[in-house]
Design a protein around this ligand. Sequence first.
Ligand code: ADP
Ligand code: MG
Length: 682
Amino acid sequence: MNNIFDRSVSDIKGIGEETSVQLGEMNIFTIGDLIEYLPYRYEDYQLRDLAEVKHDERVTVEGQIHSQPLLTYYAKKKSRLTFRVLVGRYLINAICFNQPYMKNKLTLHETVTITGKWDQHRQTITVNELHVGPNVKQQSIEPVYSIKGDLSVKGMRRFITIALKQYGEQITENLPTPLLQKYKLLPKKEAIRIMHFPSNHQELKQARRRFVYEEFLLFQLKMQALRKFEREASAGTPLQFQESKVASFISGLPFPLTNAQERVKKEILHDLKSPYRMNRLLQGDVGSGKTVIAAIALYAAVLSKTQGALMVPTEILAEQHAHSLKELFNKTDVCVELLTSSIKGKKRKDILARLEAGSVHILVGTHALIQDEVVFKKLGLVITDEQHRFGVGQRKILREKGENPDVLFMTATPIPRTLAITVFGEMDVSIIDELPAGRKSIETYWAKLSMLDRIINFIEKELAKGRQAYVICPLIEESEKLDVQNAIDVHSMLSLHFQGKWNIGLMHGRLSSDEKEEVMKSFSENVVQLLVSTTVVEVGVNVPNATLMVIYDAERFGLSQLHQLRGRVGRGSEQSYCILLSDPKSEVGKERMRIMTETNDGFVLSEKDLELRGPGDFFGRKQSGVPEFKVADMVHDYRALEVAREDANKLINSPAFWEHPDYEFLRSYISNSGIIDGEKLD
Ligand code: ADP
Ligand code: MG
């Protein structure tokens, strides 16, 4: 945008000192900011057939008063006015809070227009706006802005009307003509006017479409430029290894790779050999066999006379990974060591010394790996498992322990494709979308808490067959302490019940890592048959004889987390079961339970999770890293996102983009993001 739009909002008539301070609190400083402050929703007064209106939706209806309005007072000054309204062929109820004076304005059989929230079950509208007479606002769609302080929505409408009248004609286009033509997108000038003051839905849809594309394109350009410059700037060291040695390692495995593993292996080995630094995300559902892939990549790094690091979020997982890698490499002379905070003293010193000398080839550990004292001789490959649990900063420190080592991020929480290409737009993505043959799918049931007796019988039956089971304890948000207490309670209840028959173990986050290891060991050796645990068993734990998992309060978990937990069973050849104990109150809660019983596909679940919880919640509050778009919605507009991604890719790689005046705006957008100066997004 040109200069006018950089001028202060106080240049607009009617916006004084005080108002401009208030606008500033909403991050509106310039005229451009004001004009681009788009409504977050619209007030729609078009009449609709109630049969098409969903529960809890806002609606405007016109009808005749069908019962004498009844006014009742409660809690001192509060009042409720109720009456029945005949809307077409429906007789519905209307409730109007705290407007007692309306009673005298309403006459039986007279026409009224009411706007409010529709409760489908009670056939009732909770009235926000009540107007005697037919619907006069029929045609209007009014913008609603999110506002702060003393400002009003009406005030915002007025400021924006003035701003558009005065400066609207000077809004310049920022998208290149070829793209506008290709997708028949509205010009920016027109699209902005329509977003603020649409005259109908058709028009609004077109304006929205343009902004969705614009937001996605700009975002993708930034991500892809970052990727391009990163690649060109940080030429990694190409690893040099004999493919035949890797191949014979693979043929020595107890099983053939699945097609998906085969494909992913090729992608990764190709990256390792290339002069670029690998920056790849490996996604694969629980049990899809990522560990073997990690082992193959690490082996290639070791064959190239470099070292590998595998960083995981918990000690249990680190121990398990170290154990499986040692096993996988037992016929080779690859040396694998484990480093966690509970490895101390002489043993620790010895490992660190051998690491620095280069005789430890692969180091597995928790974030103990990123401490200063950990020095590699020559780090060639870094792998992190369950990558989104590590902060970007931690990953960066690990990466800097070598000279541009290749990096592979593994995750078993399948990230919906939509999120993967936004949040991880600067990475390459490999997907293992196939489970090894012969896996039985886990039968999942949803049971009410009142059925606990029957569930306990079911546990007993599985244990009697010689199997093992997990019971995951009630989750209380934000309070590890209470979670632990719950686990202790459930443990003593079950211990009492199964006294003398089976051994019941207890696992929670307050145990020391020695204690945890002890518990896990006795469970994996079948000394303990039933393990009561908090969610600490969520990732990675592998006990194939465990065939049953009972999860308390399942509605409190996200779908992806439930899927992770459930993935602890179904790891052997026996049929496995998962029972979700849950009495969800909300529709969404019930829907989640139903979805869990219907699918074992982590990708389907993660898409659903995203849909039900929204992108912000998907990764948890702290580290969402999910970009915020003003108009676009990553879930619903994902097709546009894919189109924009492809276009951004083509643009970045075409010479015309870097020269032609059509692309001037986009070029300056990229350079203003600080990418070209080498400043990274993370
Ligand atoms: P993930 O880490 O992806 O959850 P793992 O790597 O732990 O999965 O593998 C799960 C189990 O499947 C392991 O016991 C592993 O040995 C086994 N496995 C891996 N790949 C194959 C394969 N191609 N065929 C048969 N079993 C496999
Ligand atoms: Mg794993």
